[in-house]
Design a protein around this ligand. Structure first.
Ligand code: PMP
Length: 401
């Protein structure tokens, strides 16, 4: 068999994906100033970034100097590389410093850094629940939560998106003696909708379940100093496991779990995605610390992001587009059909707007969409120009309600 023939079955599956307009590919992207990018050599307004506050800066003399100052402050050497896992010899002092300070910022006893949000979610889910337990998970939770549940081998009960009545129905039916975990995104990554956190707390108390909240898209943005939505709602003490990332509003990379000391100690001992992986490079941790202090000091970033997001969403709605249940900086324009969504996104890109088409299986069948995300750095006139283009394309493709 030639090496080519060997992969016939893969080629067949890829062809099928292409026929369903579900084939993915990589595009070379360079980040420019003020929310612009170069994508495959073409300049576009970036309406597809998770760097909501514009903190993922280009390396320059000033931020390098800030990192070197950080090194002097912490009096340890800021290394670009890692040497081992945290539990072997990779536990640079900068880790515990961040974890302790970050826990007091979040209002929890302790916190633990993971290499990414994906690793944090699969690590926690597969550790705190097991074969005999049951997880109640919002149907639109992030893929990393779903993968974590699969790894845990716990029973997976999916409740309809933000539907607390459906959740209660499932909780009522569950064996009261089984360990139960309710898990939800705080802001849903493909919908921009907000979880009914207060009601979830009531239900977790009523049915003796644990509650885990993924603050990937609300950390750094909501709350007085960016502590997140759970903190802003005064629910920190009610949420058993708080997860968030440093890869979105924080403009860096990495993630954290915040909670009681015993939970953190347990994860350190049991979470395989913490134990069996190399520690993030210390310089990455210093960059998180720097951006985190800017989040606290430069409140105009959050304010501007939320104002621009509200305005952009209202403008789309007033033009007759369906923005679903978005209440945040993530704004979907729901098209429905996969092919039409691809066409929409291709036309937008042709005209200089990068907004990614999101199709099943990332979102439920029949709800393919363009996912817009706003950045605090976007200029009003750039957003206005983008709206005119979106309007023209929507009219042409008959996407409006
Ligand atoms: N949770 C949610 C809700 C997310 O949107 C994401 C990233 N898209 C993750 C977890 C994973 O985080 P990371 O990108 O840091 O792995």
């Amino acid at each position: 068999m030639s090496s080519h023939q060997k992969w016939n079955w893969m080629q067949e599956e890829l062809k099928q994906l292409e026929q369903k307009s579900q084939l993915r590919s990589l595009h070379e992207t360079t980040i420019l100033e003020n929310g612009w990018i170069l994508r495959d050599g073409k300049k576009m307004l970036n309406l597809a970034s998770n760097d909501y506050l514009g903190l993922s800066e280009r390396l320059n003399r000033s931020n390098l100097t800030a990192l070197i100052e950080e090194e002097e402050r912490i009096s340890s050497s800021l290394r670009f590389g890692s040497t081992a896992s945290r539990l072997i010899v990779g536990n640079d002092p900068i880790y515990r410093e961040l974890e302790t300070e970050f826990a007091s910022f979040k209002g929890t006893e302790d916190s633990l850094v993971f290499s990414s949000g994906y690793m944090a979610n699969i690590g926690v889910m597969s550790t705190v629940v097991g074969r005999k337990d049951v997880v109640f998970s919002d149907r639109l939770n992030h893929a990393s939560i779903v993968d974590g549940i699969i790894l845990s081998r716990a029973e997976h009960k999916r409740f309809r998106h933000r539907d607390v009545e459906h959740l209660e129905h499932l909780l009522k039916k569950a064996d009261p003696n089984r360990k139960k975990l309710i898990v939800t995104d705080s802001i849903f990554s493909m919908d921009g909708s907000v979880a009914p956190l207060k009601q979830l707390v009531e239900l977790k108390n009523k049915y003796g379940a644990m509650l885990m909240v993924d603050e990937a898209h609300s950390g750094g943005i909501y709350g007085e100093k960016g502590q997140g939505l759970v903190h802003a709602l005064g629910l920190t003490d009610e949420v058993d496991i708080l997860m968030g990332t440093f890869s979105k509003a924080y403009g860096c990379y990495g993630a954290y779990i915040a909670g009681d000391s015993v939970l953190i100690q347990y994860l350190m001992n049991k979470a395989r995605s913490f134990i069996f992986t190399t520690a993030l490079p210390p310089v990455n941790i210093a960059a998180i610390q720097r951006n985190w202090s800017r989040i606290q000091a430069e409140g105009w970033r959050q304010k501007s992001l939320l104002e621009k997001s509200d305005w952009f969403k209202q403008q789309l709605q007033s033009r007759g587009f369906n923005t679903g249940e978005s209440e945040s900086q993530i704004i979907p324009l729901i098209v429905g059909d996969n092919k039409k969504t691809m066409e929409f996104s291709a036309l937008l890109q042709e005209k200089g707007v990068a907004a990614v088409a999101v199709r099943p299986p990332t979102v439920p069948e029949g709800t393919a969409r363009i996912r817009f995300t706003i950045m605090s750095l976007h200029q009003d006139y750039d957003l206005e120009r983008a709206l005119v283009l979106i309007d023209e394309i929507g009219e042409c493709l008959k996407v409006k309600k």
